[in-house]
Design a protein around this ligand. Structure first.
Ligand code: 0A1
Ligand code: ZN
Length: 882
């Protein structure tokens, strides 16, 4: 905690470390009232450092230093070393030496959940990005890679399971009912990948035989009450291991791979070498307690963490500016994996929805930063959608430009060339260039320039020449600290459709043969403006632009509603079919918001949805997605100076109008998709449940009694959480107040002993404008199941309220903003990372209509004036008020 300004760290000031650590020998003595950490480092001067006589500088945070011994001689404070708040500095050290440091820490009082802490009685660690320094003094930077040996000593009764990275090499009993286990990790790693777990856990065990025939021991450790919720994660792990061998040629390297579930965790999960630690909500699942969405999310997070073993651990980051080197690449890998496991079009729709709703907003806000940032104050603030999702889009564009074979050649070269090293995003691009022979010089701007490029497209058809011309202009908006940006290298996939929906040949020169011309092309944009001519066309085509969302850009084209309806039912690209539906709905809603008052809803929207509901030939998973109206958050993101209340009201009116007009089709859709078979998480059955629950939600929107009865029946009879939650959500968002209260009470009664379900129960209320107005949110904070120390509970009430219940949060009286400011200030004292994440909705204040923005700013200023602001919150609040 500090009140003074935190320092800014700059990429341009990067220096290689003056000292390297070859080996780390750790001994942990774990007690109820604290832990003693003995750390012995084998250190040598870095031959690549220019600073020959540099002092040894070790990072530390919240440590009680007990002893320092250099080559067997105990050092004296003040004389031999200095301990500032954040560093241990030893002015004179030999070229090579052994240093032992003993520290005392208090995991039981660690509410920041960084370093070593306790969660439900279990000891666990979180070291990324800078948590290892909360355990012992160390050069806590990713370019210092060492081999670790870790001995853990603890009470045998309360901590029968003692885990760390690598292989278990020794174990035994000690006096006083204590025992120890020693772990050795043969792979040099940065300190952020260190992990330790000690507790009373049960394990689920399995094996995996790798492509070279090695048998890997797989274990998932959980608290005994969760023993039956590990199968899905184990299956997902085995699928990920096979996929990484087949698609990237990557085999697992250690003999054992472990996953541990913990209830208190700041993020989703962590890829520690051989010992991944997961937020319970991202690993535990059963049919009765987890929704389809949770099953899919678990599969992708298990894959993500596993894939880090190569993209992150074997090849790691030189410094934290390179974070997207591992995160962007790994998100690209997990997203391709999920696409391969289910429906690629649906996965693409989900990824693009997140990107366009949340990452575009981040890229247009005060915290906008490039995929490779140039500076930061607190690295925890840079685990962002830009680093992860936009970073993944950048890798996807390289894949598109190179094609799958050359991309694979590039990734092979990257892993081979940099195995065991800490490298940069530039090294990644260089490997792709060297393997493919392509020049990606201009493409590198994607890493350095923030902001979402805007592509403005216009077209002309010359019937005499049979030529259709497309003009594409790109512009990149200014972002904090960056103006006058250069044009970027953008892959732009497109097709052209004829009047019957046929795919037309794309002839870029008149001499090209129509029969052999492709019907889809990837144009490469490199200049501020391009004009492309397509020859031999006897009619003006309907363009299908930016297929598969081939680049993370905003696309502006003057679509007519006829064109959109046409693309919705004819575009061979499933993604663009969905996108046409979204654009049509956005256009209808926006024009109603602008026309303030007149509610005359375009019948083409209703008919388009009617066609969709009747379409049995189309992939039902795609139909399920197409039935979702654009979210309020997306409509707000698209608007200039949005009036949240007007957007909310209009969207509800459109929904009600659709539901009223299509009432009979919805009832039929519900019945058609009732599934009496066994519960399974296949794309087909997920789609059926999604269609059924969407139909239910729409019927309850219009207070349809048949819908209400179906929801009540579904609540009683459901054998899975997707259906139970679907019915509960529909009731909670309806005007059936009595049924809502009863359903919520019954649900809690039934599931109160399961924290993951209680989190869902909090969320369904916090996201509802019927059940989640401010007084009800205040009541949830006082509920016995709410826990101020548990990030999941905090997110499921406060985070969901501010991020999803937009009409209530943006109450014109400012009460939602003031509420959030109070909670953020309170949380900053216990968990700054969570406080800095929760404040995000307020930081976008400049975007909103004046009545909102003034109140949002006032709330932010109140946070800024809080005494003892953490570095995390300081950076976000100050940057957003600049
Ligand atoms: N590397 C992890 C994300 C992560 C980052 C920081 C954490 O500490 C607060 C925890 C996890 C991933 O990408 O999955
Ligand atoms: Zn990751």
């Amino acid at each position: 905690m500090r009140t003074n300004q935190p320092t800014t760290i700059r990429l341009s000031e990067y220096k290689v470390p003056a000292h390297l650590v070859d080996a780390v020998d750790l001994r942990f003595e774990l007690f109820d009232n604290g832990a003693r950490v003995h750390s012995t480092l084998t250190v040598r001067r870095n031959p690549e450092s220019a600073e020959e006589f540099a002092p040894l500088e070790l990072d530390g945070d919240s440590l009680k230093l007990e002893q320092v011994i250099l080559d067997g001689r105990e050092l004296m404070a003040g004389n031999d070393y200095d301990e500032t708040g954040a560093q241990l500095v030893i002015a004179r050290v030999p070229a090579q030496f052994e240093l032992t440091v003993v520290t005392w820490i208090e995991p039981q009082n660690n509410t920041r959940l960084e370093g070593l802490y306790k969660s439900s009685g279990m000891f666990c660690t979180q070291c990324e990005a800078e948590g290892f320094r909360c355990i012992t003094y160390f050069p806590d930077r990713p370019d210092v890679m060492a081999r670790y040996r870790t001995r853990i000593e603890a009470d045998k009764a309360s901590c029968p399971v003692l885990l760390s990275n690598g292989n278990d090499v020794d174990r035994g009993d000690l006096e006083g009912g204590r025992h120890f286990v020693t772990w050795e990790d043969p792979f040099p790693k940065p300190s952020y990948l260190f992990a330790l777990v000690a507790g009373d856990l049960v394990e689920k065990q399995d094996t995996f035989t790798t492509c070279s025939g090695r048998e890997i021991d797989l274990r998932i450790f959980v608290e005994p009450r969760n023993a039956a919720k590990c199968q899905h994660a184990m299956d997902s792990l085995k699928r990920s291991m096979r996929w990484d061998e087949e698609v990237y040629g990557r085999e697992y390297d250690l003999d054992i791979f472990m996953i541990v579930a913990v209830d208190d965790f700041n993020m989703g999960a962590m890829e520690n070498k051989g010992l991944n630690i997961f937020n319970s909500s991202c690993v535990l699942a059963s049919q009765e307690t987890a929704t389809d969405l949770a099953f899919q999310r678990i599969e992708s997070i298990v894959a993500h963490e596993y894939f880090h073993n190569w993209s992150g651990n074997r090849v790691t980051c030189r410094d934290w500016f390179q974070l997207s080197l591992k995160e962007g690449f790994t998100v690209f890998r997990d997203s391709t994996f999920s696409a391969d496991m289910g429906s690629p079009t649906v996965k693409r729709i989900e990824d693009v929805t997140l990107l366009r709703t949340a990452q575009f907003a981040e890229d247009a806000g005060p915290m906008a930063h490039p995929v490779r940032p140039a500076s930061y104050m607190e690295i925890s603030n840079f685990y962002t959608l830009t680093i992860y999702e936009k970073g993944a889009e950048v890798v996807r564009m390289i894949h598109t430009l190179l094609g799958p074979e050359l991309f694979r050649k590039g990734s092979d070269l990257y892993f081979e060339r940099h195995d065991g090293q800490a490298v940069t995003t530039d090294d990644f691009v260089k490997a792709m260039e060297d393997a493919s022979g392509r020049d990606l010089t201009q493409f590198r701007l994607w890493y350095d320039q923030a902001g979402t490029p805007v592509l403005t497209v216009s077209d002309v058809y010359d019937s005499e020449r049979g030529v259709y011309s497309l003009k594409i202009q790109q512009a990149i908006p200014d972002t904090p600290g960056q103006t006058n940006k250069k044009p970027q290298h953008i892959p732009f996939a497109l097709g052209l459709l004829g009047a019957e929906g046929e795919a037309l040949p794309l002839r870029l020169v008149s001499t090209e043969d129509a029969a052999s011309a492709p019907t889809e092309r990837v144009l490469e944009l490199t200049k501020a403006s391009h004009t492309f001519e397509f020859h031999g066309l006897t009619q003006k085509p309907v363009p299908s632009l930016l297929r598969h969302f081939s680049a993370p850009v905003r696309l502006v084209y003057p679509w007519s509603r006829e064109q959109l309806v046409f693309l919705m039912s004819h575009d061979p690209d499933g993604f663009n079919r969905w996108d046409a539906g979204q654009r049509l709905a956005v256009d209808v809603i926006q024009s109603l918001v602008d026309s303030s008052g007149t509610v005359d809803i375009d019948s083409r929207l209703v008919e388009a949805y009617r066609t969709l509901l009747a379409d049995r030939t189309l992939d039902q998973a795609l139909v399920a997605k197409m039935l979702h109206l654009p979210s309020e958050a997306y409509l707000i993101e698209l608007a200039d100076s949005p009036d949240v209340a007007a957007i909310h009201r209009t969207r509800e009116q459109v929904l009600s109008h659709l539901a009223t007009s299509l009432r009979d089709e919805l009832v039929a859709c519900y019945h058609r998709n009732m599934d009496d078979g066994e519960y399974e998480v296949t794309p087909e059955s997920v789609a059926r449940r999604s269609l059924k629950n969407t139909a239910l939600a729409w019927l309850l929107m219009i207070n349809d009694n048949t819908g209400r009865d179906l929801a009540l029946q579904q609540l009683r009879e459901a054998d899975n959480m997707t259906d139970r939650m679907g019915a509960l959500r529909a009731l909670v968002n309806s005007d059936y107040a009595e049924e809502r209260s009863q359903a919520l009470a019954d649900f809690y009664e039934h599931f109160q002993s399961d924290p993951q379900v209680v989190e869902q129960w909090f969320s369904v209320q916090a996201s509802s404008d019927r059940a989640g107005q401010l007084p009800q949110i205040q009541a949830l904070l006082k509920h016995p199941a709410f826990d101020w120390k548990n990030p999941n509970k905090i997110r499921s009430v406060i985070g969901v309220f501010a991020g999803q219940n937009l009409a209530a949060f943006h109450n014109p009286d400012g009460s939602g903003y003031s509420f959030l400011a109070d909670q953020v200030c309170r949380l900053d004292d216990s968990n700054p990372q969570i406080a800095a994440r929760l404040v995000a909705p307020l930081t976008r204040w400049k975007k909103f209509a004046p009545a909102y923005s003034a109140l949002m700013r006032t709330a932010l200023e109140r946070i800024r004036n809080k005494a003892e602001l953490s570095a995390d919150l300081y950076e976000v609040v100050h940057k957003s008020l600049e």
